[in-house]
Ligand binder design. Structure first.
Ligand SMILES: Cc1cc2nc3c(=O)[nH]c(=O)nc-3n(C[C@H](O)[C@H](O)[C@H](O)COP(=O)(O)OP(=O)(O)OC[C@H]3O[C@@H](n4cnc5c(N)ncnc54)[C@H](O)[C@@H]3O)c2cc1C
Length: 529
């Protein structure tokens, strides 16, 4: 088990915390990073791995929500565009502009020119910070995106938005690292099982689901950031909120590369909703679906996969149509959508529900709960939560250093020139910086003392990266490594991961004497069909 994790548990138990954040998806991670960055003593826990629930199942887009213009949600789009721009500025390595190449079929519910005008409005609402939109004729689509089936098309348009280059979960994890860098605690595989407001603070019972051990922790304030589980946690803590979540299931499949790496292909699918083909390294991620469900846990059904394959095959001209055998991996989660508690949302209106977030505040019990929201809006969530926690009496300070963002371009340049001395190539330099930020210097430090650590091992990872992860990233099981610290489980077939000659060494570095057992446990699991 990770030494860092054990240390965090010991620290968290020892002193009363200014704040306990429940849930380490994007919302819990940013809340904890913002609080830690402003001087609060904070602990963030997750009952599974960091960002292993909704925040690992998104479409990986940091976007202003162009589609919400159709529901006239102008304030939401205005705010999301601002948040997207903020992410683009603060995370030039991780959040990048990408062109959305959109096809519009003949007889579509809105004329092509009107959609183009919508894209123009969207560009203005995005403060013209991206490249402007372009109207596309069928001939141009044929030339620039030869894979698109142009037979049913009236034309199209191209506009810009942003995407998370690495992925959503790794982005969320960067906030967990910020928490740890500030000397605060982040603990994965630690579940809140009960909590009581007693004598002006929270007495919480936690349980480690791996060892079965129980802990108690005291905190002056609580942030409920349990995503789809927010209502359950509030019920457990006897908090009566004016909001509740309803759930919309969204599935994606990952297949061989069928799009250019600098384009998202966008269509309106057979259900009339936007449908994306998004680059994911050397693969393409296709999605998504939107089905109302009642449960927090969602699995992609056969119908979901069929829907995605069928639409992809209709919208593209492929030499070989995609079949189930082409699916390398699947992603599936529920969007927690916030509504008023008394709302009775009918099936017809629910797809038009807003994606905005709400924070429910209970000053009398020093607790707030985050409802709804998007990855794109995460910085605002962090700022709002710190204001609320400060209003409960926790002392904060104005740090000169921002609590979010990548290190400066000067540091990036210094990193690059040091990497060149060790013969690292451009792709490796980019990846190390994007994934580890200033901690990437630690990789170089390791390589300087032991040049063999610059060699590639499992999935092209450098040996030094694995050592860094073992020390700093609380990798508890192989799934944490393959699905979240890296995206190998999404881009590589399970069988090729099993045969990777570097697997045994990677497991040894991360799990020591438990390496073999962990490999067997992971690959012994049945494949997701
Ligand atoms: C299909 C799909 C596509 C999406 N696409 C986009 C997109 O492109 N762009 C965008 O901005 N947004 C997108 N979203 C929305 C975005 O992913 C979510 O809004 C966001 O991830 C929610 O984060 P969260 O932290 O609230 O919840 P979660 O990520 O679910 O985190 C909650 C955490 O709480 C933990 N937890 C629960 N109970 C306990 C307990 N008792 N003790 C400890 N921990 C607990 C859970 O394990 C979980 O990790 C998409 C969502 C879906 C489903």
């Amino acid at each position: 088990m990770s030494e860092l994790r054990t240390q965090c548990i010991e620290h968290a138990k020892r002193d009363i915390q200014d704040c306990l954040v429940i849930g380490a998806g994007i919302n819990g991670a940013v809340a904890a990073a913002a609080l830690a960055g402003k001087g609060a003593k904070v602990t963030v826990i997750d009952k599974a791995d960091f960002a292993s629930f909704t925040s690992q199942e998104s479409s990986n887009l940091a976007w202003g929500g162009i589609k919400y213009l159709e529901n006239y949600e102008f304030p939401l789009v205005w705010g999301l565009c601002k948040s997207r721009n903020q992410l683009m500025d603060a995370y030039p390595g991780q959040v990048r502009e990408i062109r959305f190449f959109t096809s519009i079929a003949k007889g579509f519910r809105k004329p092509r020119v009107l959609i183009y005008l919508g894209a123009l409005l969207y560009w203005f609402m995005g403060r013209c910070r991206t490249r402007p939109p372009r109207l596309l004729s069928v001939a141009r689509i044929r030339k620039e995106a030869p894979r698109v089936n142009t037979a049913p098309l009236a034309g199209g348009l191209e506009y810009s938005d942003c995407y998370f280059v690495e992925n959503d979960t790794r982005f969320a994890f960067s906030f967990i690292r910020k928490v740890l860098q500030k000397g605060c605690n982040a603990i994965n595989y630690m579940e809140l099982v009960s909590g009581e407001w007693k004598n002006g603070h929270w007495e919480c019972a936690l349980r480690d689901p791996i060892s079965g051990e129980a802990f108690s922790l005291r905190a002056k304030t609580l942030v409920n950031a349990a995503g789809p589980y927010t209502d359950r946690i509030n019920a457990m803590l006897r908090i009566d909120s004016p909001f509740k979540h309803i759930f919309s299931k969204g599935a994606h499949i990952i297949v061989r590369q069928i799009t250019k790496t600098n384009h998202v292909l966008t269509f309106f699918a057979s259900d009339g909703r936007l449908f994306f083909m998004i680059p994911m390294g050397n693969r393409t991620c296709i999605g998504t679906t939107d089905t109302r469900v009642d449960n927090e846990v969602a699995e992609p059904s056969n119908d979901d996969v069929e829907f995605l394959l069928q639409n992809a095959n209709t919208l593209l001209k492929l030499d070989q149509p995609l079949t189930k055998n082409d699916v390398i991996a699947q992603r599936c989660g529920v969007r927690p959508l916030v509504v008023k508690k008394e709302a009775n949302v009918g099936n017809s209106e629910w797809t038009a529900l807003s994606r905005k977030h709400e924070i429910d505040v209970h000053p009398e019990r020093h607790l707030c709960s985050i409802y709804g929201g998007k990855l794109t809006d995460c910085i605002n969530v962090g700022e709002e939560v710190t204001e609320i926690i400060e209003s409960f009496g926790v002392h904060m300070f104005q740090s000169l250093e921002s609590w979010y963002g990548e290190p400066s371009i000067q540091k990036r340049n210094r990193f690059e020139s040091e990497c060149r001395k060790h013969q690292l190539d451009g792709e490796q330099i980019d990846r190390l910086w994007r994934r580890y930020g200033k901690e990437a210097f630690q990789c170089l430090e390791k390589i300087r003392f032991s040049p063999a650590l610059a060699e590639k091992t499992m999935g092209g990872l450098l040996r030094a990266e694995l050592h860094l992860m073992a020390e700093r990233e609380m990798v508890v099981c192989l799934d944490d490594l393959l699905r979240r610290r890296t995206r190998l489980a999404l881009t590589e077939h399970r069988a090729s991961l099993r045969c990777d000659p570097g697997l045994a060494e990677a497991a040894k570095i991360l799990f020591g004497k438990n390496a073999e057992a962990e490999i067997e446990r992971y690959f012994g699991q049945p494949l997701r069909s």
